[in-house]
Structure formats: structure tokens, C-alpha cells
Design a protein around this ligand. Structure first.
Ligand code: ZN
Length: 376
């Protein structure tokens, strides 16, 4: 018998939903979920289509979180098969979105279908929050849906994000938090001039170097049980006119901090600006926060996931806060417990992205097990 999760996944991969185009994926989900008693609400913000599907009125509310959009394919001639024509070779299903994260979405839907079959009168509510803007700017996606839910008092208790969290085997790693991420663009002003007459100029590159050295060498914190130490990285640095005899008038430096829960964005800003002031720089700085750190150290959701993974795969899962940002960052501030659990992430965003076919039914069974534990 062919796996229902595999069937749904191949249909989803065949829809070329490159951010922010949903390409009809959510319509397919609406048909499947409406058939088992979900109320489906499409929320369009800008050019982004989002789906909020909910079954039940009462709390607690367990919401599966996912995205239908995928990243671009990259050079097509490097793919061994068409990225939007899913193909199985040696037990692996190839296609863009196979791992990130249409397999997670397919498994959520089939898990709900199986669960509802034997638990039509489950307690609380189940929801799916699906966006088509996770891989892009993430401005009109999950963050806006969460705002809309908050505004009408709809509260998520447990958020299960279907992003590919596993490292080598399905279920070996779940993500129970993320570091915060903050960006800055620092512009230091000097006076442009001839390199032969430095006394008539003021070189901003020379001025900023000791400050950057201090920032890069600074021990911001030591991290904690769940997070590595905060790290400061310069990503871009630009100055100069391109010729050899001109002292530049300004230098622009972009940097990012991935930070632990030992710090907050205000402390980072204050510490940085205190160092810049110490060197009496003429500067301007623009900060942008791309995500607060969050942590679900323990609780019913973590426990249910650990047990369900153990039952389905035999693995004792590891909790991790490593990796890039995810939409979990938008849900955690509402007070929800947030956990990411999905397939192996080794091929995500790459050429020849794939997922192990035998993991699909297991992932669905893990999600179903979590539903059974939390909403019996
Ligand atoms: Zn993803």
C-alpha cells in the first residue's frame, strides 16, 4: 500500500511554490483539512498567502507550524531530476521542498487525519498555521497571522514546527529554542583627502579599527546550559574610492550578533555604543532585530515529543538550540511552548534536495503520537 504521506508530499512538490508563491499548495491542504472538520481561513497579507486551519473551539490548542514556500532551485543542469517532478532513487525522494518542508506539512496532515479517525471528540483544539513566506522576508507571513490571532484572543499553547530538525536519523534532534539575532550597519565618518597629505584628512578606517578589534574580541557572555556563548561577526566592510591615492571619507561596517538568553538586545546596543563612544568616533548606526532568543526548556510538548519519538524510532532525542532562525521566533513571544521536529536537514536548500521515503510514515506517526498524548 502506498503511503498517504508520500502521495501528498509528491503532489505538493509538483507545485513550484517559490517564495512568496504558494502555487495552490494551501488549497490542497484546505480540501484535506475541511474534510476532517477543520475551519479553514485564508489570510492574505501583501503578496503572501497564509492558512489558519483549526479543529475545535476549546483550549488547549496545539498548532502545527509550517511553510509551503521553497527556495529557488539553483542551476537546473546540476539537478539529477527535475526539482518539481519528484522522483525516488535508492529510497530517497528528490525534489525542491522534499525536506524543507513539504514532508513536514504532508506528515502533519496525515497525522491529523489518522488521529481524528479514532479521536473525533478529542479535547482542546488542533490547528495548522501555514505560510508562503518563511524563506523570504518573513514580514507578511507567520508574524502577521500571530498578530491577528493575538488581536482576537486566540492563543496557541503548543506550537510544533515541522522544520527539518533531525541531523542524521529522523528524530535524533529537536530544536527547543533559538539564539537571538541582531544586525547593525555602522557608518563611521572621517574627512576624505590625499594620502600624501594625511594631516588634511581624517581616515575613518584607521579610527574604527581599534573599536572593531575590541568588539570582535569581547566576551559577551558564556552562554548557558542551552545556548552557546554569544558571537559577534562582521559580515561586510566597505570603504574607499577604488584608487590608491585617496583617503576615504567614510567606512560602512555590517555586523551580526547571534545571542543567548543571557543577554538582551538593549544590553547589546548599550555595550556596543559605549565602546564606539570610548574611541570618540563620528558615527551613525542602524540596528535591526531579526529575532529574540527563545527557549522551551521543558514542558508537556517537549515530553510528548520525546516519548513519541522514542516509541516510533527507538531514539532518545537530543534538545538543541543551534541553527538559523525559524518562524518559531514569532510564536514564542506569545508564551507558547515551541518545538521544532521534522526530517533530516542535511540536503536542505541544496541542489538535489531529498528526504528518506521510509521516514515519511514515521514522521506522521510521531506527530500522531504527540496529538494522542496532548489531546486525548
Ligand atoms: Zn523551512
Amino acid at each position: 500500500m502506498e503511503s498517504e504521506t508520500l502521495k501528498l508530499l509528491t503532489t505538493l512538490i509538483a507545485k513550484p511554490s517559490i517564495t512568496p508563491d504558494d502555487a495552490g499548495c494551501q488549497q490542497l491542504l484546505i480540501e484535506r483539512l475541511s474534510a476532517i472538520g477543520f475551519e479553514c481561513e485564508t489570510m492574505v497579507f501583501g503578496d503572501v498567502t497564509n492558512l489558519w486551519a483549526r479543529r475545535g473551539q476549546s483550549s488547549p490548542l496545539l498548532a502545527f507550524i509550517g511553510h509551503t514556500d521553497v527556495v529557488p532551485t539553483g542551476p537546473l543542469d546540476e539537478w539529477h531530476s527535475d526539482p518539481f517532478k519528484p522522483e525516488i532513487r535508492d529510497g530517497l525522494l528528490y525534489g525542491r521542498g522534499a525536506a524543507d518542508m513539504k514532508s513536514g506539512i504532508a506528515a502533519m496532515v496525515t497525522a491529523c487525519e489518522q488521529f481524528v479517525k479514532s479521536n473525533a471528540d478529542h479535547r482542546g483544539s488542533i490547528a495548522l498555521l501555514i505560510t508562503s513566506d518563511e524563506e523570504g522576508p518573513s514580514i507578511d507571513g507567520t508574524v502577521k497571522v500571530v498578530e491577528a490571532l493575538e488581536a482576537r484572543g486566540e492563543k496557541i499553547d503548543w506550537a510544533l514546527v515541522g522544520e527539518p530538525s533531525s541531523s542524521i536519523e529522523l528524530g535524533d534532534v529537536v530544536k527547543n529554542g533559538r539564539r537571538g539575532s541582531i544586525n547593525a550597519i555602522l557608518t563611521v565618518h572621517g574627512v576624505q583627502g590625499h594620502v600624501a597629505y594625511p594631516q588634511l584628512a581624517d581616515n575613518p578606517v584607521h579610527r574604527v579599527m581599534p573599536a572593531l578589534d575590541q568588539l570582535a574580541a569581547l566576551s559577551w557572555d558564556n552562554g548557558n546550559e542551552f545556548f552557546p556563548a554569544t558571537s559577534f561577526q562582521i559580515s561586510n566592510m566597505n570603504a574607499g574610492t577604488g584608487v590608491a591615492n585617496v583617503i576615504p571619507g567614510q567606512v560602512e561596517i555590517h555586523f551580526n550578533l547571534r545571542y543567548s538568553t543571557e543577554l538582551d538586545d538593549q544590553q547589546i546596543i548599550e555595550t556596543t555604543e559605549a565602546i564606539l563612544k570610548q574611541y570618540e568616533l563620528d558615527y551613525s548606526i542602524e540596528w535591526s532585530l531579526s529575532g529574540y532568543p527563545f527557549l522551551t526548556a521543558e514542558g508537556e510538548l517537549v515530553e510528548a515529543a520525546q516519548q513519541s519519538i522514542k516509541q516510533v524510532t527507538g531514539i532518545d532525542t537530543e534538545l538543541s538550540t543551534a541553527g538559523g532562525t525559524s518562524d518559531g521566533r514569532f510564536i514564542a513571544p506569545t508564551g507558547a511552548q515551541v518545538l521544532e521536529l521534522g526530517p533530516v536537514n542535511e540536503s536542505i536548500h541544496k541542489i538535489n534536495e531529498h528526504v528518506r521515503v521510509s521516514d515519511l510514515d514515521k514522521l506522521s506517526a510521531i506527530y500522531q503520537g504527540i496529538l494522542e498524548k496532548l489531546l486525548p
